[in-house]
Design a protein around this ligand. Structure first.
Ligand SMILES: Nc1nc2c(ncn2[C@@H]2O[C@H](COP(=O)(O)OP(=O)(O)OP(=O)(O)O)[C@@H](O)[C@H]2O)c(=O)[nH]1
Ligand SMILES: [Mg+2]
Length: 327
């Protein structure tokens, strides 16, 4: 990658230049130390221009219609005069450059729109889930003036937790008869959900969908919503046929309004920032550990003790950290 001057990238981002926006994201994703330094400088300078978008996480089992939904919902938002950025977390990109999901996440109609920007995010990060630069990518999109940031997750447990930690509203797509009516509840994902959309509801399964809705609402009755005064809505529709998307848009709007009125909108973002701080403290401690040969040796030694079952992993970890901090 040809490195551009930070100022040039910032001017590009702030003026909404998609080519430079993409380059800035590539810079932030880069693992090269010199790129990391430049990325940090860039992020610091764009920070005053961030925070104004609505951050939406979207989950659902593979094939539930997340990408289709985002494509149509994105177009709906564009019609309302909003700018839309889509970050699709691509589980394959770290292995084979995104060729598998890359094809599916192209969202061709939306991608052609002037006020839309689509970017697959590599998922090589923490726990194999959300890329640990997805949050930074989102900030760059905000600085570029996008009103909505839609993040599609791969729907495999851990990544939902991470996406819900960087978004304001979490939407779950369900399908009728997928056998997953209660799956989400079991996995605890339901506790992070703010709006449910039953997708692919068309002539032949309307009745079944209504039953699923009743079942879901009964189950939800026993789950406290994340937000005081919010009853998680279960909406029916078809992304492919543009049905029910206005309802989702309205519910998201209601939810954000409620959060603003409850004073929890900013509060949630602050809590999320606190979590990210904790995460990065751990990351940097590990990174520092790896940089010094002597500590790397301790690390390997204690890890060996733990993995060969000669010591308790927690005690070995504690001994290692005490050595690291010179205590
Ligand atoms: N009949 C019908 N088909 C739909 C609808 N929404 C999506 N599909 C189809 O379902 C298939 C999967 O849709 P995607 O949007 O790729 O689903 P996804 O959840 O993004 O899938 P993954 O990214 O693989 O997890 C495609 O063939 C879509 O055309 C819908 O509302 N009705
Ligand atoms: Mg998809």
């Amino acid at each position: 990658m040809k490195t551009l001057a930070t100022e040039e990238l910032i001017d590009g981002i702030l003026s909404g230049n998609k080519r430079l926006l993409a380059k800035a994201i590539t810079l932030v994703e880069s693992k090269k130390p010199e790129h990391k330094v430049q990325a940090e400088e860039l992020l610091k300078k764009i920070l005053p221009h961030t925070g104004k978008s609505i951050r939406i996480g979207i989950t659902g089992v593979p094939g539930a219609g997340k990408s289709t939904f985002i494509e149509r919902f994105g177009q709906l938002a564009l019609h309302k005069g909003k700018k839309v950025a889509v970050l699709a977390i691509d589980p394959s990109s770290s292995v084979n450059k995104g060729s598998v999901l890359g094809d599916k996440t192209r969202m061709e109609d939306l991608a052609r729109e002037q006020d839309a920007f689509i970017r697959p995010s590599p998922s090589s990060g923490f726990l194999g889930g959300i890329a640990n630069t997805t949050f930074e990518t989102m900030l760059i999109c905000e600085a570029a003036g996008y009103d909505f940031i839609l993040i599609e997750t791969v729907g495999v447990g851990q990544s939902e937790v991470l996406v819900s930690d960087i978004t304001d509203v979490f939407l779950m797509l369900k399908i009728v008869g997928g056998g997953d009516e209660l799956q989400g509840i079991k996995r605890g994902i339901m506790e992070m959900v703010d709006v449910i959309f039953i997708n692919k509801v068309e002539e032949d399964n309307v009745l079944k969908a209504k039953n699923t809705k009743v079942e879901l609402m009964r189950a939800l009755h026993f789950l406290p919503s994340r937000e005081a005064g919010w009853k998680i809505p279960v909406l029916l529709g078809s992304a492919l046929h543009n049905k029910g998307l206005e309802d989702v848009y309205a519910k998201i709007d209601d939810f954000i309004q409620l959060k603003v009125n409850n004073n929890t909108f900013q509060q949630t973002r602050q809590l999320q920032a606190g979590k990210r701080f904790d995460y990065w403290v751990q990351e940097y401690i590990l990174q520092k550990t790896r940089e010094e040969r002597s500590t790397e040796q301790y690390f390997q030694q204690h890890k060996e003790n733990a993995t060969e079952l000669q010591g308790n992993p927690s005690s070995e970890a504690k001994m290692f950290v005490e050595k690291l901090l010179g205590k």
